[in-house]
Design a protein. Sequence first.
Length: 365
Amino acid sequence: MVYGKQMRKSLKDRMTGYFINMGSKHKFLRIPAIMGLAVCLLFFRFTDYCRRGTKRFVCAIFIFMCFMVGNSFAYPVFQNTGGFVAGGTDEQIPVVSEDESLTLTGDTSVNIDDVPLLEDADVLDGYDASDFHGMSEVDKYSLSEILEESTEMEEEAELTDIPETENASKPVFSKDDWKLVLINKQHPIPDDYEFSLGNIKTIKGTMKCDERIIDELLSMMQAAKKDGITLAICSPYRDLNYQEVLFNRKIEAYMKKGMSYMDAYIISSKAVTVPGASEHQIGLAIDIVSDEYVTLDEGFADTEAGRWLAEHSCEYGFILRYPAGKEYITSIEFEPWHFRYVGKDAAMVITGEGITLEEFWDKYL
């Protein structure tokens, strides 16, 4: 009978009994026996808890597994510094530099926030831009140099502002309107986007942009002239080849200053839009300066021409595309010379509310 009762003892009783007997018989083994007994009791307490709460145990295991799987994808993924992946494929676009002295790692001590932005002219030495968009980058086209000036444009510039009536209907905006197409780093030029380039003959050559904006552009220049301001157009339409040369040469120039490829790419994209995502490529963006101030920098905003454009360009369908204080939205530094055609209705709304084209899309489209 005693033997049978011993056989019916549970594993828990046998294990605890073993450690108790070990500590009782051998004084020098008391401490290991107490530790073993404590571990034994904790183990069986845990197993009893799991057996009584099976559902809770399974849920805990499931949550733990989800946590482990989720964290396996949480580590940062570093881009290949030898190039960037195009179109979601494995094709690598190599660095355009042929200078073997350039490295992809660069000097890690360089702070890109402290590096001044390069001007286009700084990286275009020896490059004939006229091969790609019919004009030289250094040429500026003022109104006096434009040979084709229609009478209709002069008459339109003389028209006074017509006050809005209370019954005037509010404009309706559409995402399909070519004037409102959103082009930026997140929204590259659609593959099916179509437009026709129009030519404006000048003394120096031919200037090109979307033919649908020429009348408004020249009307704006005429109006500025009547106010004693001579505007000058530079860098209107750019094709993809030109944009790639400009962008890649800026990357190369920054790398020569000791920057890594990725740092050079980031700082270049602040001043020049990534090829395939430039409004200049669709002929709707115009860089405008004046005869008195021909440099493309922030100082243009403080000139009479810069202030006139900021106030009146919307009356002709143009907006200041990259305003100050909106860099976190546009991802482009303040460019007081860069104007984009969006049509009069949208331009009045964007300028009046002090918003960007991106914010306009979020609010009205």
